[in-house]
Design a protein around this ligand. Structure first.
Ligand SMILES: Nc1ncnc2c1ncn2[C@@H]1O[C@H](COP(=O)(O)OP(=O)(O)O)[C@@H](O)[C@H]1O
Ligand SMILES: [Mg+2]
Length: 420
């Protein structure tokens, strides 16, 4: 008996250890660091810079380069020699390949690096999905403005031109005639140069799919998709540029259409052989046809995840992702019963951001729960298709999706952005 107590006295508290891959540009470092603290998990931060104070000061750190997934993964694997790792979680797209490769080498549950790479390259994605007959827009991959024109003529206008590796609708342009394609392709090339990409990168040309757009937030466990939320995007996304604004859950689509949206999402994740961790898919619903626009091996971008809360305690999306990654139970963690939504605050014009007026008025709109401005005074802001950021994020809850939409629009109307 005594021996047993003596033994218990020496048992170390079991603290799981998670490596958080936090790209410099992520909006979500604090969310993930907080989630780990709440779960009593030790963290190591893997990032391209030393982590700033709020993002895990004092935590062990691995310096990585998101453009070199293999060698970055090796650095994380080497770190595991001294600090055994239970899970590796990437906050954003830039880290998902590193996480997949490193977790594979450490024998942790992981996605295949190829499938994850395909979620980061729009041409690879289209080809992989075409092989598995996942419904998606007709497409072509081109290298010159002349070929872009021929591709639009071939696919049929209207069409959408886009770069392969950018996000947040940056460089995504609709054209209504083949003759407009070369100018759009040139504009994309200039954007690629500004973003440090090679101007010779191919461009994806797709048939424009009309209809409404939804997003699926899900979590994969051993290849099975659990849907956390289906969001509507109630603002029309018809181009010529595609500024995302409002996301609201639950979706107001007919339940049968939601089932079809989920089926197409499952087909896409299966085609890429994704098995573990969060996914975020965007789909268009054109009448009864559901078409996959994109699927990513991460959760919803920006701060939009803050609009999701789960279970009785209001568990955050990041906590849910970490629980899953660490093999902790997540049963019963359904999205809360109310409707909720986020608005990515669009940039009204290009210039130098100075300030926001009307914060108090916006926050006092019934249903509005939070407002976060992510720009700093002096920041240069660009509109689409050149831009890739938002002024900030507005959050609301309500009894119905319509209530949430009304609150977000009313509150947005109270904000005035001073841009010189
Ligand atoms: N083929 C298409 N048909 C209709 N809309 C499209 C098409 N491709 C993209 N879009 C619109 O542009 C947005 C951004 O395109 P997407 O391929 O998702 O690139 P990103 O990685 O920048 O989000 C989509 O959410 C959608 O609204
Ligand atoms: Mg997208």
């Amino acid at each position: 008996m005594f021996a047993w107590f003596a033994h218990v006295g020496r048992v170390r508290p079991i603290m799981p250890h998670v490596v958080l891959i936090l790209p410099t540009a992520t909006y979500r470092a604090a969310e993930f660091v907080d989630a780990a603290a709440q779960l009593g998990a030790q963290i190591t931060v893997a990032s391209e810079d030393r982590p700033p104070l709020a993002d895990g000061s004092g935590a062990p750190h691995v310096l990585i380069d998101c453009d070199s997934p293999e060698s970055s993964a090796d650095l994380i694997v080497a770190h595991a020699d001294h600090h055994p790792i239970d899970a590796i979680v990437a906050a954003d797209d830039q880290g998902v390949e590193i996480a997949a490769i490193a977790a594979g080498k450490l024998g942790l549950p992981h996605n295949p690096p190829f499938g994850v790479a395909a979620t980061r390259n729009k041409a690879m994605l289209r080809r992989a999905l075409a092989g598995a007959e996942v419904p998606q827009p007709a497409f072509g991959v081109v290298n010159t403005p002349e070929d872009a024109e021929a591709a639009v003529a071939d696919l049929g206008a209207p069409a959408v031109l886009k770069p392969l590796g950018l996000s947040a609708s940056q460089g995504v342009i609709r054209v209504d005639r083949p003759a407009d394609a070369p100018a759009a392709a040139d504009r994309i090339r200039r954007i690629l140069i500004t973003e440090g990409h090679s101007p010779g990168e191919p461009i994806l040309v797709e048939r424009f799919v009309p209809g409404i757009e939804v997003a699926v937030e899900g979590l994969l466990l051993d290849g099975k998709l659990e849907v956390l939320a289906v969001f509507d995007k109630p603002d029309p996304l018809d181009g010529p540029y595609f500024e995302e604004t409002i996301l609201i859950a639950p979706s107001r689509l007919h339940p049968e259409m939601i089932d079809e949206v989920v089926r197409v999402t499952e087909k896409a994740t299966a085609a890429l052989e994704l098995r573990e961790g969060p996914i975020h898919a965007e789909l268009r619903v054109d009448g009864s046809r559901v078409v996959l626009i994109e699927v990513a091996a991460r959760s919803v971008g920006g701060l939009c995840g803050r609009s999701l809360r789960f279970g009785l305690l209001g568990t955050s999306l990041e906590t849910l992702i970490l629980r899953r990654a660490l093999g902790m139970p997540v049963a019963g963690l359904r999205r809360e019963g109310v409707a909720s939504g986020a608005m990515m605050l669009p940039i009204p014009r290009a210039g130098v951001f100075r300030s926001v007026r009307g914060r108090e008025e916006a926050l006092s709109v019934p249903g509005v729960t939070d407002l976060e401005i992510s720009m700093h005074p002096g920041d240069i802001v660009r509109t689409l298709p050149e831009g890739n950021r938002y002024l900030g994020f507005l959050f609301a809850k309500g009894e119905t999706p319509q209530d949430v939409e009304d609150s977000l629009r009313l509150a947005h109307g109270k904000l005035e952005f001073v841009i010189d």
